[in-house]
Write a protein that binds this ligand. Structure first.
Ligand SMILES: *Cc1c(COP(=O)(O)O)cnc(C)c1O
Length: 457
């Protein structure tokens, strides 16, 4: 698979370069030059094991990468997807509604899928000429130990740290705002021990992102520590997400019509992977982009104008994105707003509506939704009032609807428990983490402070 930049410079790169550099040299996003269609019979022949589905899908996508034969990719997905991805009905009055539970990984959110596969792809594709973007040359000796540097507002740091922690020749450095990350989220990257360093920045998430960006733009720092970014725009996290769309489709009763899929959305990475799967031939009628009060994408679809805003805090905090970075990829796949609307419906929901939804679903079915998934359900329900002009409507029924359950409710228990009047059972992995001692290195919000911390570790 070759990649070109959405920045428009036209240069092509291979997977190794795209994985290690994250952003293209012109500042755009790496995007596949071509998405190979699934051959006839490919989808039908897949079994029910997500790791095997993953191996087959990645082998199909990355067939031209000599360092990644199918045996390697099978191993990658076997190690990375060592948790279930069940598709189950919601019940109650929700006919033909299926929840795809993506939250059984180590940090209880769907980001585990992309981060864990990416970590293992990097292991098999070490950077060739140092961490920078050269496309030539094989490594002379062992590659330098790399530092995965990531800024987080909560969820990403945990997923990345858990995914890379313990891989040989890799250390993880997480930048997070010292105030404003919940204890449950923090525990995922502050209790891992040597190999993962948690830097508590005196400042906001924006400060953390600014520091990470400054570090990547400092050539000396970048080479010295072989910095690797694992943020959500990396194709290494995006492509593996195609796997669970295929897996979900495969789990539907045989003979089902193509489903409509609802994706709780922030940066639009998850949705982009779904569109890629559809473009490759996965039978999907359409997608629903479910947003919280951060409604940049729904406004873009409605008006055709992309007007990013500052993120507004909500109870579905992982979707508090005012400037969704994957939009150029969606445009590369689908074109501009009027044509995007043939495939994607988008809507925006308040915290109050989200809370009501969590209460209602619990009352009717006993299922506890996390706030992100609840936004996804609201957007799916709203399809019934869809008022797109004839010819542009998604064909709504009767057909299955799949809701991506992106996080475990225990991650947001302080929000969810008062709504349902019960305690949310903690999965053992999280309960264990909460028992461990946290290790945090406090730093000021400056590049100098970050440099010093990188040297110390
Ligand atoms: C990151 C995240 C999202 C948003 O995903 P995008 O790919 O950024 O659109 C939704 N839900 C949860 C729980 C998340 O962690």
């Amino acid at each position: 698979m070759r990649f070109t930049s959405t920045g428009g410079s036209g240069a092509e790169s291979d997977l190794t370069t795209a994985l290690h550099s994250g952003l293209a040299p012109d500042g755009g996003l790496y995007h596949p030059t071509f998405l190979p269609p699934f051959p006839p019979g490919f989808l039908e022949e897949l079994g029910g094991d997500p790791a095997k589905v993953g191996g087959a899908v990645l082998t199909h996508l990355l067939a031209d990468e000599p360092r990644l034969p199918s045996s390697t990719l099978d191993q990658v997905t076997r190690e990375a997807l060592d948790f279930p991805l069940p598709l189950r009905t919601l019940g109650g009055s929700w006919d033909d509604l299926w929840l795809l539970e993506l939250f059984h990984g180590p940090t209880l959110a769907f980001k585990d899928v992309g981060a864990r596969v990416m970590a293992r792809l990097l292991e098999h594709l070490p950077s060739r000429a140092g961490p920078l973007t050269s496309d030539e040359g094989e490594p002379g000796g062992a590659p330098p130990p790399s530092t995965v540097l990531t800024a987080t507002s909560g969820d990403t740091g945990g997923a990345v740290a858990a995914a890379f922690h313990g891989l040989p020749g890799t250390r993880v450095v997480v930048l997070f705002p010292r105030e404003g990350v919940s204890r449950e989220q923090r525990a995922q990257f502050t209790t891992l021990g040597p190999g993962t360093q948690a830097l508590g920045v005196e400042g906001t998430f924006d400060d953390c992102q600014r520091l990470a960006k400054a570090a990547f733009q400092d050539p000396d720092l970048r080479t010295r520590h072989a910095l690797t970014s694992a943020n959500s725009i990396n194709v290494g996290r995006l492509l593996p997400q195609i796997i669970y769309y295929v897996h979900a489709w495969r789990q539907l009763p045989s003979g089902s019509p193509p489903p409509v899929i609802s994706v709780p959305s922030g940066n639009l990475g998850n949705l982009t992977a779904g569109i890629m799967a559809q473009r490759m031939g996965l039978p999907v009628e359409g997608f629903v982009a479910a947003c919280n009060a951060n409604d940049t994408f729904p406004r873009y679809l409605a008006t055709g104008r992309f007007e990013p805003r500052r993120g507004t805090p909500t109870i579905s905090s992982a979707m508090d994105v005012g400037d969704p970075s994957n939009l150029p990829r969606l445009q590369a796949l689908l074109g501009e707003a009027p044509t995007v609307r043939r495939t994607i419906r988008a809507s925006s929901w308040s915290d109050e509506a989200t809370r009501d939804c969590i209460r209602r679903v619990y009352r009717e079915t006993g299922t506890i939704l996390d706030p992100h998934t609840a936004v996804g359900l609201l957007a799916l329900e709203a399809l019934d009032g869809d008022e797109e002009p004839a010819g542009h409507q998604l064909d709504r029924g009767p057909r299955p609807r799949i809701l991506l359950a992106t996080a475990h409710p225990a991650k947001f228990r302080s929000e969810v428990e008062p709504l349902i009047g019960e305690s949310v059972p903690l999965p053992p992995s999280l309960a264990d983490r909460l028992e461990l001692e946290e290790r945090i290195t406090p730093i000021g919000p400056t590049l100098e402070a970050l440099k010093a911390a990188l040297e110390r570790a």
